[in-house]
Design a protein around this ligand. Structure first.
Ligand SMILES: Nc1nc2c(c(=O)[nH]1)N[C@H]1C(S)=C(S)[C@@H](COP(=O)(O)O)O[C@H]1N2
Ligand SMILES: [Mo]
Length: 352
């Protein structure tokens, strides 16, 4: 490699790609639970993604000749990995710029996530066959450090430009990348279930809302026992539901304040978690203090919730991503511990 080239040394490019892909995987995963203060995750994800475009370009330029030789298993893995990497980058950038998906019902953002997730095991196989650590001297070379730094600065500059274009193309875009849909229009916003949850409509006469766990007096409420918005009894919260598949919708939600439910059952103040369980087994937990401020909504913008949106009652958890807003809630459980297995429940509930 010539001294005057703008490209860092090959081994530094390769190490840079690895670090960048790991950073993308980590920020991509964390973005699924991002709260309003976590905007930096999306900035890092975007900037590193753009740097990755350049690093991969340099790498493809370098290894191009090898691919025209015989197709060994190792080469096949490299080609698969390249295809996944390029499509993951293209779908990511295209989503930001307002693109729509070629696959019905699956947004570009979701495709991007699947491609990224698929890429990781293939990357592992590729690394096992090919990876060599760059030697310390090469990494420490000033010109390599400067070139990598330059790439980062360039990536950040292009990201800024891209943000400007994205805001013009998708004016309703949120920092999470989600696009507005159906705000303030009652039930007329997208229905999304994560994987297989698709229960029959809940028969309201048989339905009970249990408040149980670490409480003095477990309770079972009927739908009629819940405060009625029409009579001005209900609690109300304005909150924005932001689904990780790429849309958001903001509404006034009416229902019962979870804090009131907990008080009515005498929840143990030492119990730090409240878990919301759906008739489908889907469940999510919130820290008790946050749960007290949340709402179990029966209505949206004054309309009774439709079945798809979680009738009779759904959790409204302000500032949490949509998948945590449990629909068709049948139990509010006061607990001493968080519930890590709830992650699994969101993936498998509804399969039976
Ligand atoms: N029981 C249950 N609750 C659920 C889901 C689900 O699949 N099952 N999907 C979640 C996801 S991913 C989102 S984005 C929101 C969507 O709410 P909506 O369908 O009312 O728009 O509900 C959440 N609550
Ligand atoms: Mo979602």
């Amino acid at each position: 490699m010539s001294r005057r080239s703008l490209a860092p040394s090959p081994s530094v490019v390769d190490a840079g790609i690895l670090v960048a892909v790991l950073a993308e995987a980590a920020t991509g995963l964390l973005s699924l639970t991002a709260r309003p203060d976590d905007g930096w995750l999306f900035v890092v994800h975007g900037v590193v993604g753009l740097v990755l475009v350049v690093l991969l370009g340099l790498k493809f330029w370098r290894v191009w000749r090898r691919v025209t030789g015989t197709l060994t298993r190792t080469v096949a893995v490299s080609i698969l990995l390249s295809v996944l990497a390029v499509t993951a980058l293209v779908t990511g950038v295209a989503w930001t710029l307002g693109g729509t998906s070629p696959v019905p019902g699956v947004t570009l953002l979701v495709l991007h996530g699947y491609l990224g997730a698929l890429l990781l095991p293939v990357l592992l196989v590729h690394l096992l066959a090919r990876f060599r650590l760059p030697d310390r001297e090469t990494v420490a070379e000033r010109r390599n450090a400067l070139k990598m730094g330059g790439l980062l600065v360039g990536g950040a500059a292009v990201w800024r430009l891209q943000q400007g274009v994205a805001t013009d193309l998708v004016p309703s875009r949120r920092f999470t990348g989600s696009r507005e849909d159906g705000s303030d229009e009652g039930n007329a916003f997208p229905v999304t279930s994560w994987v297989a949850d698709d229960p029959d409509p809940v028969a309201v006469d048989d339905w009970r809302l249990a408040v149980r766990g670490a409480v003095e007096t477990p309770r079972e409420l009927r739908y009629e026992d819940l405060p009625k918005p029409s009579e001005g009894e209900a609690g109300e919260t304005r909150a924005l539901l932001d689904c990780t598949s790429g849309w958001y919708s903001e509404h006034d939600w009416q229902g019962v304040r979870v804090g009131d439910l907990l008080d009515s059952a005498g929840a143990d103040p030492d119990a730090g978690w409240v878990r919301f369980r759906s008739v489908t087994g889907y469940r999510w937990s919130l820290p008790a203090e946050e749960a007290r401020e949340a709402l179990l909504a029966t209505h949206v913008d004054g309309e009774r919730l439709s079945h798809g949106h979680g009738f009779p009652a759904r959790l409204v958890a302000p500032d949490r991503r949509g998948f945590q807003w449990v629909k068709w809630v049948e139990a509010v459980e006061v607990r001493y511990q968080n519930d890590p297995a709830q992650w699994l429940a969101t993936l498998v509930s509804g399969f039976d």
